[in-house]
Design a protein around this ligand. Structure first.
Ligand code: FES
Length: 184
């Protein structure tokens, strides 16, 4: 994305670096040296290590792969350990060395899996790999992003409009269920 939102460009740095968007990562991640390469400029001597999904990613197992339509793949994953997230956030999925951010369509309090809706209409490195996924396969997950899309319980008494098309409906499905969970 080159805009600080997808987090596919994570690197670990030590040295002189100018970070133009420090708040894109959590203080703990920054403390560990993580930076978004697309948001940084080298200011002096620097040691840089790329994010290695095998070493730094969270292993996850494919639970199921279903076609919701001829071009939309529903992927359900079981991460090796529980993840804290809010409905509407997104995660970076790694298939081999290819990383792509996908919105979560699952609801943390209710679904015992992570669900993603993958748009496979067009050929692409990740969607081509996703077409081959099968139950039992292993994937890696990148770190969580805050993400601006979420349901605020303070909205309970207001009308709620959720507008999206295509796989953009995935995260709204999570937000909708979150709203209903709050008796919206
Ligand atoms: S390329 Fe997307 S955050 Fe850097």
């Amino acid at each position: 994305c080159r805009a600080g939102s997808c987090h596919a460009c994570l690197v670990r740095c030590q040295g002189d670096i100018q970070d133009n968007q420090p708040d894109a990562l959590s203080p703990a991640q920054r403390q560990d040296g993580w930076r978004l390469a697309c948001q940084c400029q080298v200011a002096g001597d620097l040691q840089v290590e790329a994010f290695d999904p095998l070493r730094d990613g969270l292993p996850a197992t494919v639970l199921s792969v279903d076609w919701l339509t001829p071009s939309v793949l529903r992927l359900r994953l079981q991460p090796e350990r529980g993840l804290r997230y809010r409905a509407g956030q997104h995660l970076v999925l790694w298939a081999g060395s290819v990383a792509r951010p996908y919105s979560l369509a699952s609801l943390p309090q209710e679904d015992p899996f992570l669900e993603f809706h993958i748009d496979c209409r067009l050929p692409g490195e990740f969607s081509d790999a996703a077409r081959q996924f099968k139950a039992g396969d292993s994937l890696r997950l990148g770190e969580l992003r805050g993400g601006a899309l979420q349901y605020d319980p303070d909205w309970q008494s207001r009308p709620l409009w959720l507008l999206a098309s295509g796989t953009g409906l995935g995260p709204l499905w999570g937000v909708l269920r979150e709203a209903l969970r709050h008796d919206h």
